[in-house]
Design a protein around this ligand. Structure first.
Ligand code: ATP
Ligand code: MG
Length: 652
């Protein structure tokens, strides 16, 4: 944005379809109408601290009550001051104490097909035992525990065991390299490492301990390493440093009361996806995060007691923290965990699982939905998906074309879709439809949740005519907000609080339409400026994806002497071959859909797009390629390095 542009494009995003919630969805929902939503939102906005304080008293267990809802000393927030609670207690003991111990907490299926299940009472015992294991190896309150594990119940057990004794977990997705682990371990000063011998991915065995060994050689702060035997692989065990999970667990007591922790005790550190640069170690604390995770889970998925909930994210991402672990478990939900890939041993694997476990609430990412579309509808049609009730998406904007496919093919036109906008930093969902209340529009995350106050501003911090779009900020602190970047106070201030004083700067551009609906337009850094007009990446991409031959698209700006920036697009195809004719057709298609200004100057066909391991398109890398430059930024979170080389050769 920087300077005000000379003109705005009013015609962007022509989406006008609206899908009201079904009468059935509204009848059973917690929040049944827009009037109810609006009342709750207004009440929260009038006194956010009071609103959250009331919920905190009702929803969390307090060893000691808090004395003040919010202490705000910009940019530092303290929520529920002087209170003592414990996230592991709220996820486990609370349910057992209140008579829900026999309810199923976790259902797990491994990639090769093993099945396991834990009730809340069983999970509490396992977590207590592992908390004692951590203590027996010298783990103390405030120590950082680095976790690099496949998606097994043991990963959740490890996280909750840390929370139980006040140790800080730093989960690293079990696909990252030894350098990425070592970087994060050193940044966080991790003391304990937890890993597994190996994991499964698409039928192959992925060595994990071996990668960790290489990382630990460069992680001087790590003293001990616990190894879970997932695959039964022979691994190197270093005497005095490495210990088998099962051996320690066999000797551990299952009695380990949860430590009463200060509301602001750090619960975890989690590194961001690295879409825009070097990952940041985001710090979240106990009470506020826990409350925000629980309430947003209940509101957004309209969770009810007999639901079977499945979020396909790995615990290596924030979605796996808030909506696999802390949110649903604090609510007392039954959570499905699946270890493997969506296309192993076949492309219908997810739908098979939904049928088998009668999943009612399903939460996944747009990148997965685009892959399902590409693989073909016949994989879906074989399975009974009638148990489904609510569908969610997270991670990127969802192209309306993909939204419609999700709505028709997976939701049978009856399941509300919740497009949830949030970030590692926000701790939980900030904007989303509510299944029983909000009429949805494909591609819009609709409206803020109660207690969340977004504002669209220009670079001076002044509110702008939001229909044209601007910087998305949050005007009041909320309980789930990050408390800092681990070890980098300056970067925390600079990235989120300095450009627009007094408000949290999300780093995304957004606009609000005449109905008050929010549309995320892409990252601030990614917005294109063509002859003084700001164009949103997602809108150009959505126009391309609406063409029947296009599977995925990424739009970036390329320096242009005349226009400032020219539009370059990278396109992957489905059921079509690259051709000059198709290139021309796509240019025309975007022109028809959006307007002449958005018409791509450069269309490049490619087999794949560079993505983070969490599945987000890394436009900054494509920007370098479009400009013919070498990549200088951090690429440690890139999913597949060969993609860059391939794109460069295609370039020549
Ligand atoms: P980094 O901050 O390191 O560049 P990242 O921003 O990708 O990485 P995350 O915290 O995982 O790390 O992602 C948050 C971002 O994902 C948001 O800022 C937004 O750009 C995008 N996003 C998430 N959900 C949505 C959504 N529903 N619609 C549009 N964009 C979304
Ligand atoms: Mg980010």
């Amino acid at each position: 944005m920087g300077q005000q542009s000379t003109g705005q494009l009013d015609t962007v995003m022509q989406e006008s379809r609206v899908f009201p919630p079904t009468a059935e969805a509204s009848a059973r929902a917690r929040i049944k109408s827009m009037a109810e939503y609006q009342k709750l939102w207004d009440e929260a906005a009038a006194d956010p601290a009071g609103f959250w304080a009331k919920l905190a008293k009702e929803e969390l267990h307090w060893f000691e009550p808090f004395t003040q809802a919010l202490k705000w000393n910009e940019p530092h927030a303290e929520w529920f001051v002087d209170g003592k609670t414990n996230a592991s207690y709220n996820c486990l003991d609370k349910h057992v104490a209140e008579g829900r111990g026999d309810r199923v907490a976790l259902i797990w299926e491994g990639e090769p097909g093993e099945k396991r299940q834990y009730t809340y009472a069983e999970l509490l015992r396992e977590v207590s035992k592992f908390a004692n294991v951590l203590k027996s190896l010298g783990t103390q309150q405030g120590d950082v525990v680095s976790i690099y594990m496949p998606l097994t119940p043991e990963l959740v057990i490890a996280m909750l065991a840390c929370a139980r004794i006040g140790a800080i977990h730093s989960v690293i997705f079990a696909g990252f390299s030894s350098e990425a682990i070592a970087d994060r371990n050193n940044d966080a000063k991790a003391k304990i490492q937890i890993t597994a011998d190996a994991g499964y991915r698409r039928g192959t065995v992925l060595a994990l301990k071996q990668t960790v060994d290489a990382a630990l050689a460069k992680s001087p702060t790590v003293e001990k390493c616990i190894v879970f035997s997932r695959v039964n692989e022979a691994v190197h065990m270093q005497e005095g440093r490495d210990f088998w999970w099962h051996k320690l667990m066999a000797e551990a007591s299952d009695d380990c009361p949860a430590t009463p922790l200060d509301s602001e005790a750090t619960l975890f550190i989690l590194y961001t996806s690295g879409s825009t640069g070097k990952p940041k170690g985001i710090r979240h604390t106990t009470a506020g995060y826990n409350l925000f995770a629980k309430k947003t889970f209940e509101w957004v998925f309209d969770w009810q007691e007999n639901d079977v909930y499945w979020c396909t994210a790995d615990c290596g991402w924030v979605t796996g923290h808030t909506y696999v672990t802390y949110g649903p478990l604090s609510a007392g939900a039954t959570v499905l965990l699946y270890e493997g890939a969506p296309n192993y041993p076949h492309e219908g694997r997810f739908w098979e699982l939904i049928e088998r476990y009668h999943v009612t609430l399903f939460y996944t990412a747009p990148t997965a939905i685009r892959a399902f579309m590409k693989w073909g509808d016949h994989h879906v049609e074989k399975y009974d998906l009638s148990s489904l009730r609510v569908l969610g998406t997270v991670g990127e904007g969802i192209n309306p074309e993909a939204w419609m496919w999700y709505h028709r093919k997976i939701g049978a036109e009856r399941c509300p879709i919740v497009d949830t906008w949030w970030q590692t930093e926000t701790g939980g969902i900030m904007m989303s439809p509510l299944p029983g209340a909000t009429p949805t529009k494909p591609g819009s995350c609709t409206m803020p949740l109660p207690g969340v106050i977004p504002q669209i501003v220009d670079s001076t911090g002044a509110e702008v005519d939001a229909t044209h779009g601007g910087w998305l900020t949050i005007a009041h602190p909320w309980p789930g907000m990050l408390r800092g970047i681990w070890g980098d106070e300056e970067r925390y201030k600079e990235v989120y609080w300095e450009k627009v004083p007094g408000k949290y700067l999300a780093g995304d551009n957004a606009r609000r339409d005449a109905d008050g609906y929010y549309w995320i337009m892409g990252r601030i850094d990614d917005v294109l400026n063509v002859s003084g007009h700001r164009l949103s990446t997602i809108e150009i991409e959505s126009a391309l994806v609406s063409h029947p031959s296009v599977a995925e698209a990424a739009a970036v700006g390329r320096p242009d002497p005349l226009k400032g920036e020219a539009v370059a697009v990278f396109v992957t195809l489905r059921g079509a071959e690259p051709s000059e004719e198709l290139r021309k057709e796509l240019i025309k298609h975007v022109r028809n859909q959006i307007g002449a200004l958005a018409q791509p100057d450069d269309v490049r066909f490619t087999g794949t797009l560079p993505k983070t391991r969490s599945g987000k398109i890394m436009r900054r890398l494509l920007r370098d390629i479009a400009a013919g430059k070498e990549t200088v930024g951090d690429t440690t979170t890139l999913e597949d390095y060969s993609v860059l080389a391939q794109l460069r050769t295609e370039d020549e």
